[in-house]
Write a protein that binds this ligand. Sequence first.
Ligand code: NAD
Length: 394
Amino acid sequence: MVKICCIGAGYVGGPTMAVIALKCPEIEVAVVDISVSRITAWNTDAHPIYEPGLDEVVKKCRGKNLFFSTDVEKHVSETDIVFVSVKTPTKTQGLGAGKAADLTYWESAAPMIADVSKSNKIVVEKSTVLVKTAEAIEKILNHNSKGIDFQILSNPEFLAEGTEIKDLFNPDRSHSKLAANAFLPQRISSVNAMSALCEATGADVSQVSHAVGKDARIGPKFLNASVGFGGSCFQKDILNLIYICECNGLPEVANYWKQVIKINDYQKTRFVNQIVSLMFNTVSGKKIAILGFALKDTGDTRETPAIDVCKGLLGYKARLSIYDPQVNEEQIQRDLAMNKFDWDHPIHLQPTSPTSIKQVNIPSFIFDGWNVVDEGKLRAIGFIVYPIGKPLDQ
Ligand code: NAD
């Protein structure tokens, strides 16, 4: 039986390997991680990450040809192909701090692979790393290898959180990763920049997007105005691109990409300031329910825009009740470093009719950071609704 092993049982490693196990029952798949809590959770029914459809896939394969283990060295030594899906966050110190990708996890995984291997192996780069990293990794592996041959493949992952399982079953591409992760948020910042102009001029950004998206050269996808992009990848990958531009003597190009992040930060600040301004210039002591906290339809709160929005509102002394069906109270407290603020506990709203929320006869506002609510229906029952990028005087 062909054996494959993935180092890193995170948002990419876990689901990717589960889908491979499902599609290739003839392959034995091991997912290994140094995090005992992550592996323990993968081996229960309370998986460490939430993705629509993931539980079912894991359930079908776990214990048959899919295994989760902390015995990293054993599985790496026995495998034919090693996938490496460790994180590559933005460096926090040293050369390139604040921009360059931190390859520490890769740098500790590579010599370990060389050390424990007893046969030739293919090593597959799943993490997002710069072009030419494969060459550096190959040097590390072959330098430490005691005569064993390592072939390195670059196979960056393009799944999007919230639709991981669907994306893994229908992959549409397999190269140019960093550029893609710069172009997508650039598009979001473009439409968000337009949303600010729409609010200032009384236009409707959804109509602008609709019209612009009709141009076949532009296309309709990724043109929804919102409170901003988030997640663990977009900002870090743009920062990495900025770093590479600077290292290659291209400061003007670096500045161009910096602006994508600046607009994103501006959009979140603008959203908070608009809430304050429209709630009669103060939110101090006012109770605000935050519905949804994690990234899209997941439990992942890494760099979610909700964190910045909540921190901004707490800074203005609002009283927040935060609810997300996939995120527990401890996680929210960690993300917001809640000891700095007073706050209300997460509320537990059931999916409910707006009428039951609107019980009291005081002005009740809805600020829609994703332009998803039915404005007309909510206004009809007395809510004051503010979507993003639409005329404010409705
Ligand atoms: P993650 O933090 O969820 O998972 C990484 C895992 O690697 C962690 O569980 C960690 O404990 C483990 N790990 C670190 N060093 C290890 C070692 N030496 N041995 C064994 N395990 C080790 O990260 P992620 O979100 O899955 O991202 C992984 C990579 O994939 C990153 O480079 C990211 O940029 C890229 N990527 C992420 C996404 C996404 O949506 N999350 C999409 C595409 C690509």
